[in-house]
Design a protein around this ligand. Structure first.
Ligand code: ADP
Ligand code: MG
Length: 637
C-alpha cells in the first residue's frame, strides 16, 4: 500500500460537505465566532434589536434572533449554500463593501459543523411580511425545511457545535470562558452600533437568565461601562477629527490612566472591529513620551473612510484590513489623537493646565527661545559645586539665582552650602529646635527646616522638599507633588533637543582612555557623529577611545559614565541618546535642594512643553485638587 507523499491519486473536487468543513476551520473557531457571524448578519439585515441566548458557553446552543428584513422563502436554501450571498454581486462590489458579510461562507460553514436551524420571515417593507419558512442543516446536509410561524425577522439556532468534529471540540475552553468570549465579541460589535439594542441571556439547568442588556440609543461610554471600570470610562476623553478624507473619532484615556495591559485598545474601520498593526502604531506614537515602555494606551477608535480605500477581504473572519494609503491613515489617526492630547484639552493631560506659569504661549507651547538664557547672563560657576554642570551650568544657572520673591534669609541660611555635611550647619541653625529650651521633653525630633521655603514661582508656592525627592507645590487650592528628577529631565531634554545648549566640548584637564570591546568599537563608529554633536571630543586609539572633552552639561565623571553606558548597551537611535544624556545630567532623587535651586528648577520646568511627563513617559507631577482630597479623606458621601 502506498500512502506516502509521492502516492499518485487522481485530482478530484472535494465533496461540498468537506469543502464547507475546511472553510469552517477558518471562520468558525469557537462559539464566539459563530456569534460574531450571526450578529453581523442581523446587522446587515438592518435589525434594530438583536437577542442572543446561549447554553453551555454557546457549545450546546447558540441562538440569535433579530427583527431585520428577513430572507425570502425562495432564498433560504441559497443562504445556507457556500458562496451564496445577497451582499455583493460583482468584483466591483467587492471593492467597496459596506456590509459586514460578503463572502457567503458563514451559514454553510456553521451548518457543516453543527445542527443549524434558520427560520425567517421576509419583510421587504415595514409591516408587510411574507409567510415565514425554516431550513435545517445538520453536519452539512439539509435535514428539513418547511413553513414557520415566525412573524418577522430571522432566528438562527446553532446546536451542538463541533459534535461531528471532535478534534475541534477538544480545543474549546470551559463554558465559562467561552461565554466570556461570546460576551466580549458581542460588546465589541455593539460598541459600533449604538443605534441597535442587544441582549444576551444564558440558560442553565432552568430558565434562561438575562446576562446583559444594551438598550438602543445608549451612548458609547454607557455601553463601555459593561466591560471597562467606571472610573476609567469616566476619565475618557472624546475626539473627532477629519483629515485627508478620513474621519477618526472615539474615546481615549489620559496617559495617567495607562496600564500594563494591551487589551483596552478597540479599533474599528467603517464600524467593523479589526486588529491592525498600523492603527496600533499610530496610537502608540500619539502617546510617545507619555507612557513607559510597559504601558499601553486605552482607547476606542473608529476610522471612517471610503470603502474603496480599504481592503476588508484579507482574512476569512474579516478581522483584518489593509489600507491603500497607509501614510494617510497613520497621519490622520496621529493628528486626531495629538489634537486630543494637547491643544484645548491640555489641562486634561497636564494637571497644571496649558499655561501654568503665564509664560507659555496660548497653545501651551513655549516659544523655543522663551527660557534660554543669554550666554552673557551666565554667572560664574560655583567653585564648590560637585554637581553635574547641568544643574549649575549654562541653562540652569540664571534661573537658579533669579528668584521672583526676594525675602532675604538670615545669614546662617546664606552660608548654607549643599555639599557641606548637614551636621555642620545644623548646630548653628537658629531655627533648629533645642530640646532643653522648650521645656517639654521629649519632643519628636523634626528634620531641620530648610531655609528659604516657602518660595513663590509664578502663581505657585513651593512649600519645600520631601524625602529629598519631591517638591510640594500649592496653586489655586490644589496641592502638587513634583518629582524633581523627572521634572529636570524633561527640562534638559527640551533644551538639548532644541539646541538651546551649546554643544561645545568641555575639555578635560587629563584626557581619559577607555578600553573598548570590538562591539563597542563598532558602536562608537556608528555613533561618532552624534556623540561629537552632543559635545564629546573623541579620538580612536588602538585599545579603545581617548576622551578629551565631554558635554558641558555633564562634567567629567558623568560624561565618562554616560559614554561607557552608551557604548556598552544598545542605544536605539539619536532620541535615546538625548534621553540618556538628560537623565544623566538631571538632578537626582535624594538630592537636597536649596530654595534657590528649587525655584530655578520649577521656573524652567513650568516653561517647558510636555512638562507633565518625563521623557520615559512617567508623570512628573501629581495633582490633588480639593475634590480628590475630599475623596481621599472620605468627606464626600
Ligand atoms: P454573507 O453574510 O457573507 O453574505 P452568510 O453565509 O453569512 O454570508 O449569509 C448568507 C446570506 O444569507 C446573506 O447574504 C443574507 O442574504 C442571508 N442572511 C443571513 N443571515 C440573515 C439575517 N439574519 N437576516 C437576513 N438575511 C440573512
Ligand atoms: Mg454573514
Amino acid at each position: 500500500m502506498n500512502t506516502g507523499p509521492f502516492s499518485t491519486r487522481p485530482i478530484r473536487l472535494l465533496p461540498p460537505a468537506l469543502r464547507n468543513q475546511i472553510a469552517a476551520g477558518e471562520v468558525v473557531e469557537r462559539p464566539a465566532s459563530v456569534l460574531k457571524e450571526l450578529v453581523e448578519n442581523s446587522l446587515d439585515a438592518g435589525a434594530t434589536e438583536v437577542s442572543i441566548s446561549l447554553e453551555n458557553g454557546g457549545q450546546t446552543l447558540l441562538a440569535v434572533r433579530d427583527n431585520g428584513q428577513g430572507i425570502p422563502v425562495a432564498d433560504l436554501e441559497l443562504a445556507v449554500t457556500r458562496h451564496a450571498t445577497s451582499k455583493v454581486a460583482s468584483f466591483a462590489d467587492l471593492l467597496h463593501v459596506a456590509s459586514y458579510g460578503f463572502r457567503g461562507e458563514a451559514l454553510p460553514s456553521i451548518g457543516s459543523v453543527a445542527d443549524m436551524l434558520v427560520e425567517s420571515a421576509y419583510c421587504p417593507e415595514e409591516g408587510d411580511c411574507a409567510e415565514g419558512a425554516f431550513i435545517r442543516v445538520r453536519h452539512g446536509e439539509i435535514a428539513a425545511s418547511g413553513p414557520s410561524s415566525l412573524p418577522r425577522g430571522t432566528l438562527v439556532e446553532v446546536r451542538d457545535l463541533f459534535a461531528n468534529v471532535p478534534a475541534r471540540l477538544k480545543f474549546l475552553k470551559t463554558p465559562a470562558t467561552e461565554l466570556k468570549r461570546c460576551q466580549e465579541t458581542l460588546i465589541r460589535l455593539a460598541l459600533a452600533r449604538p443605534d441597535t439594542g442587544f441582549s444576551l441571556s444564558v440558560s442553565g439547568a432552568d430558565k434562561p437568565q438575562e446576562r446583559m442588556r444594551l438598550e438602543a440609543g445608549l451612548s458609547l461610554p454607557e455601553r463601555l461601562i459593561s466591560i471597562w471600570p467606571r472610573q476609567l470610562v469616566d476619565s475618557l476623553h472624546p475626539f473627532d477629527a477629519e483629515r485627508s478624507g478620513l474621519r477618526v473619532r472615539g474615546l481615549v484615556a489620559p496617559a495617567q490612566q495607562a496600564q500594563a495591559r494591551g487589551d483596552r485598545i478597540l479599533t474599528y474601520v467603517n464600524n467593523r472591529p479589526v486588529q491592525n498593526r498600523l492603527l496600533l502604531q499610530a496610537l502608540r506614537q500619539a502617546f510617545k513620551g507619555r507612557l513607559t515602555s510597559r504601558e499601553y494606551p486605552q482607547a476606542v477608535l473608529f476610522l471612517d473612510m471610503d470603502p474603496q480605500e480599504v481592503d476588508v477581504n484579507v482574512h476569512p473572519a474579516k478581522s483584518e484590513v489593509r489600507f491603500r494609503d497607509e501614510r494617510a491613515v497613520f497621519g490622520a489617526v496621529l493628528y486626531a489623537l495629538e489634537k486630543a492630547l494637547s491643544g484645548s484639552t491640555a489641562g486634561f493631560f497636564d494637571p497644571l493646565g496649558p499655561a501654568a506659569s503665564g509664560v507659555s504661549a496660548p497653545n501651551g507651547q513655549v516659544p523655543a527661545s522663551a527660557n534660554i538664557p543669554e550666554q552673557a547672563e551666565l554667572p560664574p560657576l560655583s567653585a564648590h559645586s560637585s554637581r553635574p554642570a547641568g544643574f549649575w551650568g549654562s541653562i540652569d544657572a540664571p534661573r537658579l539665582v533669579d528668584r521672583v520673591e526676594q525675602e532675604r534669609e538670615d545669614p546662617a541660611e546664606q552660608q548654607e552650602r549643599p555639599d557641606l555635611p548637614e551636621s555642620v550647619f545644623r548646630a548653628s541653625r537658629p531655627s533648629a529646635l533645642r530640646e532643653e529650651e522648650t521645656g517639654y521633653a521629649p519632643i519628636p525630633k523634626l528634620p531641620p527646616a530648610r531655609g528659604g521655603y516657602p518660595v513663590s514661582v509664578g502663581d505657585f508656592t513651593c512649600l519645600g522638599q520631601v524625602a529629598d525627592t519631591y517638591l510640594i507645590l500649592v496653586h489655586d487650592a490644589s496641592l502638587f507633588l513634583v518629582d524633581q528628577h523627572a521634572a529636570h529631565e524633561r527640562v534638559l531634554l527640551h533644551a538639548i533637543r532644541n539646541q538651546t545648549m551649546s554643544a561645545q566640548s568641555q575639555l578635560l584637564a587629563i584626557p581619559a582612555d577607555l578600553p573598548l570591546h570590538a562591539s563597542e568599537k563598532t558602536r562608537l563608529e556608528q555613533l561618532f557623529g552624534q556623540l561629537t554633536n552632543l559635545g564629546y571630543s573623541l579620538s580612536a586609539t588602538r585599545a579603545g577611545v581617548s576622551v578629551s572633552g565631554v558635554p558641558p552639561l555633564l562634567g567629567r565623571t558623568e560624561g565618562l559614565e554616560l559614554l561607557r553606558d552608551i557604548l556598552s548597551e544598545r542605544v536605539d537611535g539619536p532620541e535615546e541618546l538625548l534621553h540618556r544624556m538628560a537623565c544623566r545630567a538631571a538632578i537626582k532623587a535624594g538630592q537636597t535642594l536649596t530654595a534657590d535651586e528649587t525655584a530655578g528648577l520649577l521656573r524652567q520646568w513650568l516653561d517647558t512643553p510636555e512638562r507633565a511627563f518625563c521623557p520615559h513617559g512617567r508623570p512628573t507631577v501629581l495633582r490633588f485638587d480639593p475634590a480628590a482630597l475630599e475623596k481621599m479623606f472620605k468627606r464626600t458621601k
